[in-house]
Write a protein that binds this ligand. Structure first.
Ligand code: GLU
Length: 513
């Protein structure tokens, strides 16, 4: 058998839905597993939907998750050009072939005439008008008009489209690698436009022609394209390529976190989670989205999560590196039904990756985040900070969001525990504690621990009355890593300042009760 050739064929219309990246991932895994080729093709024939910058964005997104195409625009390859807008002449040749073999015809209906036909059907109780075998003879096309008339229209450059002439009473069946046997009756299908009035092909014609010319032998794509496949097979037949058409694999829909309905672009904002690999800055707020990258996800975790969005290995193993996925992945184990987008699971994956990452790797990731915030710190400090926070973060951004107090003074104090635990009459005792901390030498966690323990015992206050005060004065919050390690890392001077400021703030809080 020929080497497998798969393609990811997005339209550059803006932000790339997570379902698209999942398709690209499955393409990539299959290609790499079988020593095949992963092609990127840009389906940009619908010029009204084309968005500036979308191509670069798609490539950036693919590269961020580690799915570098073997062939594609800017990646080289023998089957280019890989942008459909650069292949207009090619489609024209094939549209003509369809016309000559009488598998297609010229249609001269204007948009107004089409609307009128739709309205007339509606008035007669038919709400889904179809341009098909039942209606085509009432429309203005080369099947219903005389040859002379058609000739004249063509000669006078009246705009036309080319439509596929769908045969009647045939059953189109194919074996989908995921869905099993799928059948459509041609009576359900309309005479789809192949070539538009602007001379550009529609998705259907361009997609089939390119899959053929680019020698694609396995088409992996989302469920929403399943119903188009019947038309595609008709095209393969019309061109005489049916014996060599690609195998199809239609991936399950991605469902909302609630499991109800398809995951939409807007669900990201609605559920406070990313549904795109990378963020996209559109012209309006509505067209601007955050992605997994901006949320602080590790691309390796995103890959792992995406792999499980519709597939599982059938074992207990959940953590898979790209290499392991390449080995283990199989389309046969992809589920038929929709796959629920479980954001908590995505976070869980990321947490596993963060916990498993070595400190040097984390340092290279956290350093720019610190820099972005304007924190000037030594690598040695950052490394210790990472060591302390590592088990407490889920996404990369948590390092700075949850651990900001390692770099700057406490912004707000958690009030509830202070109201409960801080007694102004104990100020003298806490001043004593401050002194004792100042006298620690060396200023390390073990020495601090011993000194604070002594204080707790001698003052008879108990750890429960002392540690919360200390922690909130230093960190502002009750939750966090080992307090003695934090004190040691912040250093004598900083700890002293924070304690003084904290006590003052706590007194004020107590007085404002
Ligand atoms: N251009 C289509 C898309 O945007 C490609 C569908 C297919 O893979 O056939 O998803």
């Amino acid at each position: 058998m020929d080497k497998v050739r798969v393609r990811f064929a997005p339209s550059p219309t803006g932000v790339l839905h997570i379902g698209g990246i999942r398709t690209a991932l499955y393409d990539y895994l299959v290609a790499k597993q079988l020593g095949g080729t992963f092609v990127l093709r840009l389906e940009d024939t619908d010029r009204s939907r084309f968005v500036e910058g979308a191509e670069e964005y798609i490539k950036e997104a693919l590269e961020w998750v580690g799915l570098v195409p073997d062939e594609g625009p800017g990646y080289g390859g023998e089957y280019g050009p890989y942008r459909q807008s650069d292949r207009k002449d090619i489609y024209e040749v094939y549209a003509n072939q369809l016309l000559e073999s009488e598998n297609a015809y010229f249609a001269f209906d204007t948009p107004e005439e089409l609307t009128a036909a739709r309205d007339a059907a509606k008035a007669a109780g038919n709400h889904s008008f179809k341009y098909d075998a039942n209606t085509r003879m009432q429309m203005r096309n080369s099947l219903s008009m005389s040859e002379a008339e058609v000739e004249e229209l063509l000669e006078t450059n009246v705009p036309y489209t080319v439509r596929l002439k769908v045969p009647q009473n045939e059953v189109i069946s194919f074996d989908d690698k995921i869905k099993g046997t799928v059948s459509f009756s041609t009576n359900e299908l309309d005479d789809k436009v192949m070539l538009k009035a602007d001379g550009m092909p529609t998705y259907h014609l361009a997609n089939v022609v390119d899959d053929r010319l680019m020698k694609i032998n396995l088409v992996i794509r989302g469920d929403e394209w399943l119903s188009s496949t019947a038309h595609h097979i008709l095209l393969y037949k019309a061109f005489g390529w049916d014996h060599e058409r690609p195998t199809f694999a239609h991936l399950p829909l991605i469902l909302k976190p609630t499991g109800k309905g398809k995951l939409s672009k807007r669900d990201g904002a609605k559920f406070g989670m990313p549904v795109f690999p990378l963020g996209w800055k559109g012209k309006t707020a509505e067209d601007t989205f955050l992605g997994f990258k901006e949320y602080g996800f590790d691309p390796k975790a995103v890959v792992n999560f995406l792999a499980f969005l519709g597939w599982n290995p059938g074992t207990e193993q959940e953590l898979f590196s790209m290499e392991e996925l390449i080995k283990e992945f199989s389309l046969e184990k992809v589920v038929k039904a929709g796959a629920r987008f479980d954001y908590d699971k995505a976070r869980w994956f990321n947490q596993q990756y963060l916990m498993a990452a070595d400190e040097a790797e984390l340092l290279t990731k956290v350093r720019p985040l610190a820099k972005e915030k304007g924190y000037e710190v030594e690598d040695a400090f950052l490394a210790q900070f990472i060591g302390l926070m590592k088990e407490r973060v889920v996404v990369l951004n948590d390092f700075m969001d949850k651990g900001y107090y390692f770099f700057e003074p406490v912004k707000t104090y958690e009030e509830k525990p202070i109201r409960k635990k801080w007694k102004p009459e104990r100020l003298a005792q806490f001043e004593d504690l401050r002194q004792r901390i100042q006298q620690c030498d060396p200023f390390d966690a073990a020495t601090l621990h011993a000194a604070i323990k002594n204080f707790v015992e001698e003052s008879e206050l108990g750890f429960g009355n002392v540690l919360p005060i200390l922690r909130i004065a230093i960190c502002g919050v009750m939750k966090g890593p080992d307090i003695f390690e934090i004190l040691a890392l912040l250093g004598k001077e900083e700890v002293d300042t924070r304690l003084s400021k904290g006590y003052e703030a706590f007194n004020q809080l107590a007085n404002n009760k």
